[in-house]
Design a protein around this ligand. Structure first.
Ligand SMILES: NC(=O)c1ccc[n+]([C@@H]2O[C@H](COP(=O)([O-])OP(=O)(O)OC[C@H]3O[C@@H](n4cnc5c(N)ncnc54)[C@H](OP(=O)(O)O)[C@@H]3O)[C@@H](O)[C@H]2O)c1
Length: 268
């Protein structure tokens, strides 16, 4: 669909990538309804805003109602939360928060919007995934699982809806310079030679994806090639990540979550 015909619901619109997307969509003539947990900072004229927490059922219902009222025909799921570090330093609460924000919320919001989208002549749902949802990297097991789940959901839904007017697409950015990545990720990226994109590059790729028939678009080289190779020969690439493994931050003393110790006696 041409951007100028798009009435876009954009979650994550207050974030680094989301804000760049909102501005690019607006500049291309799309109507944009942004979502964030806080009240909107000054918006370009004509851009709408819904304040809601996508971590709650009430928040998802609020966003869905506003989107239906605005006759949204493109949904861009860009809200997300990060998780970086070894599995040993990740708490169960972090795991739940990541899966809620990155996987369950977009699934539930899509479900709530589909009946209205399916009544339109043409509609699109774009999930902002990640190269890390297709290439498992040391330090990103939980985050990568949330994005791999999102990619799997999008692929199945795309096939489920193939006879109707709703097209499902995935945008897969690589590391991008936003507040999403703290100093530890930036140090890891420097140590592993990982390129970071500007959020405007991701926004430009979103516009191209929305205006194309493509099912998915991964951003950047060599990540795009690595995504393909990993899909075909994942096991053969296992030896390629020594530098990544060695670049993980050492756990801070006391940062490992206190989990019950499981011994042979306690399982007997
Ligand atoms: N940055 C990267 O390196 C990178 C790479 C690949 C993919 N991605 C993906 O790109 C997307 C955007 O990332 P970003 O770099 O722009 O991150 P960001 O700057 O941290 O922004 C995150 C956005 O998600 C929203 N959000 C988080 N939890 C929410 C909730 N419970 N309810 C409503 N909104 C919520 C935040 O809204 P609030 O204002 O309410 O906090 C914010 O708008 C994410 O899905 C991320 O996984 C990022």
């Amino acid at each position: 669909m041409k951007a100028a015909s798009a009435r876009v619901l954009l979650t994550g619109a207050s974030g680094g990538i989301g804000r760049a997307m909102a501005l690019a969509l607006h500049a291309a003539g799309a109507q944009v309804l942004g979502v964030g947990r806080a009240a909107a900072s000054p918006l370009p004229a004509g851009m709408g805003w819904v304040q809601a927490d996508l971590g709650t059922e009430a928040g998802i219902a609020t966003v869905a109602a506003a989107a239906v009222a605005a006759r949204v025909n493109v949904v861009v799921h860009a809200a997300g939360v990060p998780a970086f570090g070894t599995l040993a330093t990740t708490t169960p609460a972090q795991m739940q928060a990541v899966l809620q924000a990155n996987l369950l919320a977009p699934m539930a919001l899509t479900q709530a919007l589909l009946p209205a989208l399916a009544r339109l002549p043409q509609a699109q749902v774009v999930f902002v995934g990640s190269a890390l949802g297709r290439i498992g990297l040391p330090g990103f097991s939980v985050y990568g699982a949330s994005k791999a789940g999102l990619h799997g959901f999008a692929e199945a839904l795309r096939r489920e809806l193939a006879d109707g007017p709703v097209r499902v697409q995935v945008l897969g950015p690589r590391s991008t310079r936003t507040g999403f990545n703290g100093a530890a990720v930036e140090a890891y990226n420097r140590a592993t030679g990982t390129t970071m994109d500007a959020p405007e590059a991701v926004a430009a790729a979103l516009l191209q994806l929305i205006e194309s028939e493509a099912a998915e678009r991964f951003i950047g080289f060599p990540e795009r090639l690595a995504v393909r190779l990993n899909g075909l020969l994942g096991g053969l690439l296992d030896g390629s990540f020594t530098k990544h493994r060695r670049s993980l931050p050492a756990p801070a003393p006391g940062s490992t979550p206190a989990l019950p110790t499981i011994t042979e006696e306690s399982t007997a």
